[in-house]
Design a protein around this ligand. Structure first.
Ligand code: HEM
Length: 383
């Protein structure tokens, strides 16, 4: 049999991962990849079935084992998973996200006020927005926010030169554990209702076992929504601007921004894959996955499965009943999904209202990996 090669990295994949995924799905939908050390799944039904199956564990991914045990929900299995998720859940539920919506709107407005002509929308909007919002939810001071913003600019993909300059100045590679411990200590002395204080209270009630779990949860909630939400906003805007008929729909009716975000999350999601480890021998699509082997669930491939999404390569913001899995599925479904959606929706609706005739004005840049693949530069002419 012909041995087809599928490179899930490199320039071809980066520029057009979806052709690679279609080929994989057609030719070998449950494929063992020696290179990745994973079974690679591309069909919607296989991906969903693994993510909802307790015989697959999430406890196989770095950096979760830095304390010799999982300390965050991302890499915990039941029953630990529910405990770690519950203590962090409140700011991300429907009511809390609706309550924070005016803050998101205010942040978007302030980022766009005075902006005109040709700009990079990643720099002016997509990158700063998630940071402003999560800092507000976590109750971080303006000083902390400035430190984090500098780090984010310096260490974002595509910031090679700035990164080199900062390292030459001896600046740390990203806020380290000591930094986050000091954030927690600051909150201990000034109790309020923000997320860090809620986690401190959970620690006092014994719901978090120790300070490592507390600090790791704080770090997780800061990191998990950063590159991902930047990607949601950037990738969505690129998809819409590359399909001027779709952008025209949103600019005529900014109320369609919510649907546009959903379709863009299906069409070009920031997170392409999540990994699991089999706790037992399991058959998937006629192949035997043995206990201990790892499985890569390609969410971005499942989102283009023609069995579930007719004409999957078409961006159609009016598509009905789109059940995409850009936020995963099962017990690990993204905790921040409602927040990320709200940020995307407000960003897109506000741009549509302010700059209905906005268009691409130069070559966008895309960077990343299976973990986060996103637009890093999006030059547009505002009009
Ligand atoms: C567009 C933006 C986002 C995308 C595409 C995204 C995607 C995902 C995906 C695919 C998972 C599942 C991981 C797995 O099954 O192994 C996940 C989990 C998670 N996400 Fe997001 N995420 C986004 C934004 C956010 C935000 C804004 C936050 C919070 C501030 C957040 C917090 C989390 C957490 C805590 C988990 C782990 C949930 C658990 O293990 O129970 N995410 N996310």
């Amino acid at each position: 049999m012909r041995e087809a090669s599928f490179h899930l990295d490199g320039q071809d994949w980066l520029q057009d991962p979806y052709s690679v995924y279609h080929r994989l799905r057609r030719e070998d939908p449950v494929r063992w990849s020696q290179e990745l050390g994973h079974w690679v799944l591309t069909r919607y039904r296989d991906v969903i079935s693994v993510l909802r199956d307790r015989r697959f564990s999430a406890a196989n991914r770095p950096p979760q084992r830095r304390w010799g045990r999982p300390t965050t929900m991302v890499n915990a299995d039941p029953p630990e998973h529910a405990r770690l998720r519950r203590v962090a859940a409140r700011p991300f539920n429907h009511q809390a996200v609706e309550a924070i919506r005016p803050v998101i709107q205010e942040a978007v407005d302030s980022l766009l006020d005075g902006v005109s002509g040709q700009v990079d929308l990643v720099e002016v909007l997509a990158r700063p927005l998630p940071l402003l919002v999560i800092c507000r939810i976590m109750g971080l001071s303006e000083r902390a926010r400035d430190v984090l913003m500098r780090e984010l600019v310096a260490f974002s993909p595509g910031a090679g030169r700035r990164r080199a300059a900062m390292m030459a100045q001896g600046m740390p590679s990203s806020p380290d554990d000591d930094y986050w411990r000091s954030v927690v200590e600051e909150h201990r002395t000034a109790p309020s209702d923000d997320l860090v204080c809620q986690l401190i209270a959970a620690r006092q009630q014994g719901l978090l076992q120790d300070d490592e779990e507390l600090v790791d949860t704080v770090v997780l909630l800061y990191v998990a929504g950063m590159e991902t939400t930047i990607g949601l906003i950037g990738n969505s805007l690129l998809a819409l601007l590359r399909h001027p008929d779709q952008w025209a729909l949103v600019s005529r009716d900014p109320g369609l921004a919510r649907q546009a975000v959903e379709e863009c999350l299906r069409y070009d999601p920031p997170v392409h894959a999540v990994s699991r480890r089999a706790l037992a021998d399991v058959e998937i699509g006629g192949r035997l996955v043995r206990r201990g082997e790892k499985v890569l669930c390609l969410l971005a491939a499942a989102n283009r499965d023609p069995e579930v999404f007719p004409q999957p390569d078409r961006l159609d913001i009016l598509r009905q009943g789109s059940d995409h899995i850009a936020f995963g599925s099962g017990i690990h479904t993204c905790l921040g999904a409602l927040l990320a959606r709200a940020e995307g929706e407000v960003a897109i609706a506000t741009l549509a209202r302010r700059f209905p005739r906005m268009r691409l004005a130069g070559e966008p840049a895309v960077e990343g990996s299976l973990i986060v693949r996103r637009v890093t530069r999006l030059p547009v002419a505002l009009a």
